[in-house]
Design a protein. Sequence first.
Length: 325
Amino acid sequence: MAAIQITQVKKRYQSLQALDGVSLSIEEGEFFGLLGPNGAGKTTLISIIAGLNRADSGNVTIHGHDVVSDYRAARRKLGVVPQELVFDPFFTVRETLRLQSGYFGLKNNDKWIDEVMENLDLTNKADVNMRALSGGMKRRVLVAQALVHKPPVIVLDEPTAGVDVELRQTLWKFISRLNREGHTVVLTTHYLEEAQEQCNRIAMLKLGKMVALDTTAALLKRISGSQLLLNLMPGTSLPAALHPLVLHAGSNGDAGKYALRVTNYDEVEPILATLRQANVRIEDMHLQQADLEDVFLQVMDGESVHGINESRQPSANTRYIGGAK
């Protein structure tokens, strides 16, 4: 049985088709990434999974429980860390987590609450009022709230947006442990390095449709070799002969910056020779291995992704893409 089964889900907001027939099966124990630019439909899909929004058509089940007709059972199986900082300012951290436990009918849950707080470095804030916490601490409490009933499926919607390195490390250490213990984790993030490091399989959404679905390793293989990053001197431009090699190019303040596809080191010298012949001077350059950002940009630019592969068999600079949603 799939942890999350999404079948032909559609959702429209007036003239906007937020989701257009999305189907996806996330297996138990997966660490799954859901990626896409602003307006791709990620947050709408998560809202439907969490029962906060209803699809116009199609259905979603969590461990076999329909999120509409069997909402109570489905919600017990799910823990969602929302993107927004939503909290009650009248309670302490411990009171907040006890109250959340009560929503799920859990009594005498302090032992697990203490363990969650310890793993998220919240123990020394247990008796502090929520309104007195920093933004990073409030986000830790949101994570703790999502985990307080030990859900088998955890959905993290931009969990590290705008937080410090310490929280990221603390969070991933704890979430990775829960995943190893069998919890299914679904992550949406614009920090693509996080998705590449944490996720075994990734789906990409664009304008409400799924445009890529594969293991992380297989997605990375779609761009072979390395890329040559060029920063040309102001007033110069890339020769037309090299345009077919361009993976992406800078604009506005980044004009003159190009990433060129190369499959081996022997291809670098001909590129440099072409630049010399065109009297184009280089301000800076270096070779870089292809990563998930390169795949993401290629897919979002509409290049061929060789279809959507639903196989679940396996086949260090943080980057940020756009905003949230």
